[in-house]
Design a protein around this ligand. Structure first.
Ligand SMILES: Cc1cc2nc3c(=O)[nH]c(=O)nc-3n(C[C@H](O)[C@H](O)[C@H](O)COP(=O)(O)OP(=O)(O)OC[C@H]3O[C@@H](n4cnc5c(N)ncnc54)[C@H](O)[C@@H]3O)c2cc1C
Length: 497
């Protein structure tokens, strides 16, 4: 049974989630509904979340956002992937790029041939066969034309919110500044009827989007939806975030550097660097974390380090009654693979596609929740993989990660790769075979078997083909400009009126 037709959408919260939702809904369903966004300058936003994945470009395309305008407004830089440093042991590193690795055939993915060639002694490191990895490590970048790079962005989170606000308001989104004091439920249906503001005024709606961050003011505090805690798989629960001065050209990639009880991020923007120390508070005290972060920073601090607490996990339902939680209010899988902003973008795109014009009904809600849950669980598995396959022997946090029980879905994937070098991307999954392969190999998982195609091709042809691939990539990278040089030029050209 459907509820009443949705004519008024109310978005609670104006962080990255709130304004992404406002922008997309205004664009996709705006002509048929009114959209109101409530945010509080006093409360502010979480203020982190500056590394994205390539799906952000698709989201911007859907909105019709001009790339140069976005890059200028958000002090963005370009990102080709993530450098994972010290995850197997101190001093070792690997790169998870956004590109494809090597060339697959319809019979077998590239890693099978590469493993065969490796065993025959005619293959280089797997990274030599990825254009994005080689460009990143050479600090090169270009977008468009024949550059052929798959990329994302590093962006200033606060500036991004403001940018989306400037986009959404002219499309008719009404913004109300003020604190929400309480959430009023309809006594008959139990649905949300209105937000009560501190000044006593109500903000009534038919569909409410909870973008209030970790508080989950609507989805949890009012509707008591419940939270599934994933800390037993993802044991970090705090981050110390700080901004520093840049000490050199901006790297076209995020750095994720493991330490004794977690990891550290480094995200280069045009005007500064974002840093953070992610850690498990039962293995590292806040004071020790602060000392560790300070000692590991490259540039001078521009802000005071800020402590953020979180619990990795998910709301039992993202869409409950007439409330859809998007952003941190819907849950949080820690930031290792920069997936949260993607999850916001995909959630609101999905909501636009399943929009309950004729009223909220169980079938739409179940479909939305089902799709969201499946995507999130696959992302969770991918992140747990990094922790579980570490080789940092003798450190309590990492020893526990290595020996923990992991989700069955992940155990099956690891077994498949270990036994047969086979990786896959199921429907609705974010991470492609290339991602799984780069991280599984990078984290030191050596497959014991492989497809026979490499043997059928033979040593000589394999060697020739791999050399050709690596040479092609080297020549291509040599022709690319420096990332910093490209960025300076790209960001300095005025946007056409
Ligand atoms: C340590 C850390 C690192 C991260 N790094 C990344 C990353 O690299 N990449 C990535 O994709 N994601 C990252 N994320 C996630 C990312 O920060 C969030 O997904 C993103 O910022 C969205 O946050 P939000 O809008 O849901 O919440 P918030 O930014 O917290 O916004 C909440 C909004 O609700 C409003 N609000 C709350 N209560 C009230 C009230 N009572 N009345 C009125 N308004 C209210 C606030 O004012 C604010 O506008 C990271 C998160 C953490 C914790």
């Amino acid at each position: 049974m459907a509820g009443r037709p949705v004519k008024r959408v109310v978005i609670a919260g104006g962080g990255t989630a709130g304004w992404c939702v406002a922008a997309m809904l205004a664009k996709a369903v705006g002509p048929l509904v009114t959209i109101t966004l409530v945010e509080s300058d006093d409360i502010g936003t979480v203020g982190v979340g500056e590394s994205t994945i390539p799906t952000a470009r698709r989201f911007h395309d859907l909105l019709g956002i001009e790339e140069r305008e976005f890059v200028r407004a958000t002090q963005a830089s370009f990102k080709l992937g993530i450098s994972f440093e010290n995850w197997t042991r101190d001093g070792e590193s690997y790169f998870h790029s956004f590109g494809t690795v090597g060339r697959r055939t319809w019979v077998a993915d590239f890693q099978h041939m590469w493993l065969e060639a490796r065993a025959m002694g005619v293959a280089g490191d797997i990274a030599e066969y990825s254009l994005e990895t080689q460009a990143a490590l050479a600090m090169k970048f270009a977008a468009g034309g024949d550059a052929g790079l798959n990329y994302a962005y590093h962006l200033d989170a606060t500036a991004y919110g403001q940018f989306l606000r400037r986009f959404a308001q002219p499309l008719g989104v009404e913004r109300i500044e003020g604190k929400i004091r309480s959430v009023k439920l309809d006594p008959e249906s139990g649905d949300i009827a209105a937000l009560a503001m501190e000044d006593g005024s109500p903000v009534e709606g038919d569909l409410f989007i909870d973008c209030t961050g970790f508080r989950g003011l609507l989805i949890e505090q009012a509707l008591h939806t419940g939270y599934e805690d994933w800390t037993h798989w993802l044991g970090t629960d705090r981050a110390l975030a700080v901004q520093t001065e840049a000490t050199g050209p901006a790297r076209p990639y995020t750095r994720a550097m493991a330490h004794q009880a977690g990891w550290q991020w480094q995200i280069p923007l045009q005007h500064r660097v974002g840093n953070g120390l992610v850690y498990a508070s039962n293995h590292l005290s806040d004071d020790a974390a602060l000392a560790l972060l300070t000692q590991r920073l490259d540039g001078a601090m521009l802000t005071d380090p800020r402590l953020i607490r979180y619990v990795s996990g998910t709301r039992r339902k993202s869409w409950n009654r007439n409330c859809v939680a998007i952003g941190l209010s819907s849950g949080f899988v820690e930031p290792l693979e920069s997936t949260s902003i993607h999850l916001i973008m995909i959630a609101v795109t999905r909501l636009a596609q399943l929009f309950p014009f004729d009223g909220v009904n169980d079938a739409l809600r179940d479909r939305y929740n089902d799709l969201s849950r499946r995507e999130l669980e696959a992302i969770r598995d991918f992140i747990v993989l990094h922790y579980h396959l570490n080789n940092r022997q003798g450190e309590r946090f990492w020893d526990a990660c290595r020996t923990m029980d992991i989700p069955e879905s992940l155990a099956a994937r690891i077994a498949l790769f270990r036994d047969s070098a086979t990786a896959y991307q199921a429907n609705d999954e974010l991470f492609r075979v290339d991602s799984w392969v780069q991280v599984m190999l990078g984290q030191g998982l050596v497959p014991q078997g492989r497809h026979g195609l490499g043997r059928m091709i033979g040593k000589e042809r394999l060697a020739g083909s791999l050399n050709g691939l690596a040479d092609g990539i080297r020549n291509h990278v040599a022709r690319l400009p420096e990332h910093q040089q490209f960025l300076d030029r790209f960001a300095s050209v005025p946007v056409a009126a």
